[in-house]
Design a protein around this ligand. Structure first.
Ligand SMILES: Nc1ncnc2c1ncn2[C@@H]1O[C@H](COP(=O)(O)OP(=O)(O)OP(=O)(O)O)[C@@H](O)[C@H]1O
Ligand SMILES: [Mg+2]
Length: 137
């Protein structure tokens, strides 16, 4: 069973929050003991998820937690919004799929950058994304 300690919430409601969420998670990941390269990967995943919240849902929240499992330690990032939802998650995770005239690389990119990645979504109700990364030892 994963042991989770919630550390802070980050509310997202404007474009500037994309940059501040990125900076904040880099700082947090560094505190947790991630190497610099990994903090950049995590921050990039967070900016894509944050950008999508702004673009599709207008606002939302990200919860940041530290996690541990046996000897492993890591980060859990849980994003939630009450936006339009994603009708077909598998499709949304394909490279190049976009309903917003984007490159369609945000979600599949974030998934590749993290170790674990789960989306739940209901049309008209919203979307949650849980992603985790473990510290390399
Ligand atoms: N939070 C969300 N709420 C509703 N739909 C979303 C959300 N996040 C992603 N989507 C849907 O999933 C699609 C794929 O997202 P993804 O981030 O991969 O691409 P994009 O945002 O369209 O383009 P890019 O991120 O490359 O600029 C989006 O076009 C949108 O239809
Ligand atoms: Mg995107």
């Amino acid at each position: 069973v994963i042991n989770l300690k919630k550390r802070f919430d980050f509310f997202i409601s404007s474009e500037e929050d994309i940059i501040s969420a990125r900076q904040r998670v880099r700082q947090f990941a560094t505190e947790l003991g991630f190497e610099q390269t990994d903090t950049i990967l995590i921050a990039t995943a967070v900016s894509e998820i944050t950008r999508n919240i702004i673009k599709y849902a207008k606002n939302g929240k990200i919860e940041f937690s530290s996690i541990s499992l046996d000897q492993k330690e890591g980060i859990e990032i849980y994003a939630s919004d009450e936006g339009p939802g994603i009708p077909d998650i598998e499709l949304a995770l394909q490279d190049g799929f976009s309903t917003g005239f984007g490159l369609g690389l945000g979600l599949p990119g974030a998934k590749r950058l993290m170790d674990e990645f789960e989306i739940e979504s209901k049309v008209n109700l919203g979307t949650t994304i849980k992603m985790r990364k473990w510290i390399e030892k």
